[in-house]
Write a protein that binds this ligand. Structure first.
Ligand code: SF4
Ligand code: SF4
Length: 151
């Protein structure tokens, strides 16, 4: 697996410190943005798989139940969207929240993906967030399904 450069780790820490995750705790108002094509790096995919592997049997069973749910959401006017395999459609939660990839973490906390209910009063400084994304861009990123079944 690619070694993660220190600068990326530092940038991520710098941005994380600026995030008001306390406000997000227990909120699911941006759940519709949990799209099924979220990209992640190989490192993030590995962390996500490690998180799942460390789950207790009950949680693993619950995850399997969630992954088998229909993820289709009808937006009306014959428009439907498919949500992420890890989203619990009944409880409105992310089953892998502690191991979610960067894009999921930034939602609601950066200028270009603001909180849809305007509950977050302060965002990550855009210069810091952009620097983080530039650094993140050096990694190969694929959708979950692509990491699961590489072409
Ligand atoms: S970003 Fe906004 S809508 Fe999303 S979880 Fe946080 S407070 Fe809720
Ligand atoms: S990993 Fe979690 S937060 Fe990210 S899109 Fe999937 S359900 Fe949403």
């Amino acid at each position: 697996m690619t070694e993660i450069p220190v600068t990326y780790i530092e940038l991520k820490q710098r941005c994380t410190k600026q995030m008001r995750l306390d406000i997000c705790s227990g909120c699911d108002k941006c759940g519709l943005r949990c799209a099924n094509d979220v990209p992640c790096s190989a490192e993030e995919w590995g962390e996500l798989q490690a998180f799942i592997a460390a789950m207790n049997p009950e949680d693993k069973q619950e995850l399997e139940r969630v992954m088998a749910q229909d993820k289709t959401v009808d937006l009306g006017d014959e428009v439907t969207v498919e949500l992420c395999q890890y989203r619990d459609m009944e409880a409105g939660r992310c089953m892998v929240y502690p191991a979610r990839p960067l894009v999921c973490r930034l939602l609601g906390h950066v200028e270009w993906m603001p909180c849809p209910i305007e509950a977050i009063p302060t965002r990550i400084q855009t210069s810091d967030a952009l620097e983080l994304m530039r650094s993140y861009a050096q990694f190969e990123r694929r959708r979950f399904a692509e990491w699961k079944s590489p072409a």
